[in-house]
Design a protein around this ligand. Structure first.
Ligand SMILES: [Zn+2]
Length: 311
């Protein structure tokens, strides 16, 4: 399914959502037959930087009338050498008739997403290797399954509301089998306990393998609780599992999702006050943390909004 028609949006990391930032370089137009000589000169005489690995050395510009083209070559970063020093180097090698450096701007960073690539290459050609794991393709059938899970989370939020609780519902699903392993809602009001958030309750459910019922959720089929198969699974309760939650998890719940090694998170409404997966922080992509997961927002958001209006 095309990314533009998905019923949710990926919550991008800082790198993925970065806007164009530029850095100044020297470039020069060159005649095609002199290109190899110029490249040799650059390689042997000009300061080179590893930070330019993402850009191409040569740019080809087709003339607007479609007849002919101009080749331009990237020489080096401007902060590595002054223009006068560079011109002296060029003169020394008797290349001043074929090299005439001028300052140009290029993208400072490599493009991570196709959107960045399409935009940033307009300045100067850049290398781009699309990682298919970054933008997974969802089939229509998969979307319908994901929707049914989200609707189940919304039903739980409705149930919470009818019980006088805060209307947030959550389920945990085995992403391979599609089996619902745990479901809960916010229980802060009835428990008078500040930590009884829907997401934490759901994770807590997974740690209780013998549990057979969920209070006030008797209308729902209670799934068989999984038995932890090894030490790793015992430590990482949500390994390989997806979470569907009506509202963006708070920072505390987001950290619990990191610690339990969740596979993916789908949520509906953003939480601008304390959301940890997009609004206040992007904990799922934080470089300093040792587990990262994909997060998608805006899923069936309208239905969740209606639920809040009804409150
Ligand atoms: Zn929370």
């Amino acid at each position: 399914m095309d990314i533009a028609t998905l019923p949710f949006q990926k919550v991008l990391s800082e790198e993925e959502s970065r806007s164009l930032e530029t850095v100044d370089v020297y470039i020069s137009d060159v005649e095609p037959k002199e290109t190899s000589q110029v490249l040799k000169f650059i390689q042997e005489n000009c300061p080179q930087s590893k930070t330019l690995c993402h850009v191409k050395r040569i740019k080809k510009t087709i003339h607007s009338d479609g007849k002919g083209f101009t080749l331009s070559v990237l020489i080096c970063l401007t902060f590595s050498i002054s223009i006068n020093e560079l011109k002296l180097l060029i003169q020394k090698q008797n290349l001043d008739s074929i090299l005439n450096p001028r300052v140009h701007q290029i993208s400072k960073y490599p493009a991570i997403t196709r959107t960045q690539f399409e935009e940033w290459k307009k300045l100067w050609p850049i290398n781009f290797h699309e990682d298919p794991r970054r933008e997974p393709n969802f089939t229509s059938e998969e979307i319908e399954t994901l929707k049914s899970h989200m609707i189940r989370a919304i039903n739980l939020a409705e149930m919470a509301k009818s019980c006088g609780e805060i209307a947030v519902g959550c389920i945990i699903v085995d992403s391979k089998s599609g089996k619902v392993l745990s479901e809960s809602y916010d229980k802060r009001t009835s428990s008078k306990h500040p930590l009884r958030h829907a997401t934490l309750n759901c994770i807590d459910e997974l740690s209780m393998p013998e549990r057979t019922s969920i209070p006030a959720a008797s209308d729902f089929i209670i799934p068989n609780k999984r038995k932890a198969e090894d030490d790793d699974d015992q430590t990482y309760l949500c390994k390989g599992y997806d979470i569907f939650v009506t509202h963006e998890p708070c920072i505390m719940c987001s950290m619990a999702l990191v610690h339990s090694r969740v596979n993916r998170v789908f949520y509906g409404r953003s939480n601008n006050l304390s959301g940890g997966l997009g609004s206040c922080y992007k904990i799922h992509t934080h470089e300093a943390l040792n587990h990262h997961f994909k997060t998608y927002k805006g899923f069936l958001e309208d239905q969740i909004e209606m639920l809040e209006i009804d409150c």
